[in-house]
Design a protein around this ligand. Sequence first.
Ligand code: ZN
Length: 310
Amino acid sequence: MKDIIFFNPVFKQMIWGGNRMRAEYGYDIPGDDTGECWAVSAHAKGDCTVRGGEFDGMTLSKLWKERRDVFGNVPGEEFPLLIKIIDAKADLSIQVHPDDAYAGEHENGALGKTECWYILDCDKDAQIVVGHNAASKEELKSMIAEGRWEELIRVRPIQKGDFFQIEPGTVHAIKKGNLILETQQSSDITYRLYDYGRLQNGKPRELHIEKSIDVIRCPHEDVQTGRITKAFVGGELETLVVCQFYTVQKLTADGRFMLSQEGPFTIASVIEGEGWIDGVSVKKGDHFILPAGFGSFEVEGKMTMIVSHL
Ligand code: ZN
């Protein structure tokens, strides 16, 4: 199969969302509070449709169900990954995700969530939250009960181009002024631990303290992903993370080169510039899949992509 499969994104308005996706990516967003672009998703809460080609208009979930050959006949009921762009104009709540075992048992067989963040852009003094400072579950419980949030959470300064792997059980939050590309397991199970005491329509949003305490790993340990760069004539390929659920890489082109597909199929998002994949024009804001059997292909142009595979 040699046809690239492009997708129409699904947008989500959020109390913390903004409008950078219109200016940065030219998307027709639904409002100035657009927090998420579900760019490659077959999730029931945001199922992308194919744009153009043989499968034009078909949802990714249907394509997954009916044409598994496109995905190398990978087993599994659900399309396993979800690619999002997140525009945080305000702070997101402090949260944690369960792993597959906990979600399977407590959330009607849903998948847990491992996710990772590539910082597309951020304000000069931007921060994120990854991890906590409690040495044990007991300490975690008392810090939460006493509302010692400042002491509990680990806030870190960040820069454009930083990358973070967020394992299940990791306390985390995207803070204001960040534009992030997220690659994650296709799951929507989030336990909200703390929401800065904010109100939505006059009421605080629901918290999930008990489940959060259940799943938070104590003590927190940072994940070192060890970014590895392979440079070649016309570009470079940087491996950001390899984990049980996905491999995520940053592919930079400044010229022309051949590349071989890894994994059963390839997901790609152009985050900067423009160019061609086997002569097909692609540009910043495009998200697509190279189907199974795509094999070796030519990349040409001046662009940066985040690519992932199983
Ligand atoms: Zn998360």
